[in-house]
Write a protein of this length. Structure first.
Length: 202
């Protein structure tokens, strides 16, 4: 795919000094205006076909398949300007954009943080389908809350990836301390006895 997309883009570039997107739009005047706008901004948008995404954004950094619905997803790196009004300072951050396809057309565009949250909720839905007897904890997990009595799977679905696990094994069973937060910040701790949350500290 890289070779084909490279030749396609280079052929347009060699035809003049206008941008690749401008050349494409001139040759495809029926392109919807909202897609033209996104192409000129070099951003994927819902409704684009693969050819338009390649023209607008170039080759993706990576092609993956969504963990929840299996859609082919192209990963791009994008720069965004941010403004902090407290210190009156503007800065640029780099994040990943994810464009997902169905029948060769973009049906979903997400920033990395939005994708992570969708995947988390999708995993919760799958977990409840597989363990209907635990459905009373569904809203708790979606709200990223915890409660004495949840198990380790439910805690991880609620709070996400942990930093460390400290395990103690005795004649009465296994106890675990789960550590959340980075090493420089005030941590949060979950305590499990034989796989069930018995207490926490924050």
């Amino acid at each position: 795919m890289k070779k084909l997309s490279y030749l396609f883009v280079m052929a347009i570039l060699m035809s003049g000094c206008a941008t690749v997107a401008d050349k494409y739009i001139k040759e495809h005047p029926d392109t919807p205006s909202y897609i033209q706008y996104s192409m000129r901004r070099r951003e994927p948008c819902i409704g684009m076909i693969k050819e338009q995404v390649l023209v607008a954004c170039g080759d993706p950094l990576q092609i993956i398949y969504d963990e929840i619905d299996g859609k082919e997803t192209w990963v791009y790196n994008a720069n965004y300007y941010n403004y902090d009004p407290i210190i009156n300072y503007s800065y640029m951050s780099s994040v990943n954009d994810y464009a997902s396809f169905e029948n060769s057309k973009v049906v979903r565009v997400e920033l990395e943080k939005d994708r992570k949250e969708r995947l988390r909720k999708g995993k919760i839905e799958k977990y409840i389908q597989e363990h209907p007897e635990r459905s009373q904890f569904k809203e708790l997990m979606i709200g990223q809350e915890i409660k004495v009595g949840i198990n380790k799977d439910e805690a991880e679905l609620s709070w996400g990836e942990l930093r460390d696990i400290n395990r103690t094994v005795t004649a009465f069973g296994t106890s675990e301390q789960w550590v959340y937060g980075d090493s420089l910040s005030h941590g949060k701790y979950l305590y499990f006895d034989n796989g069930i949350l018995s207490s926490w500290q924050d």
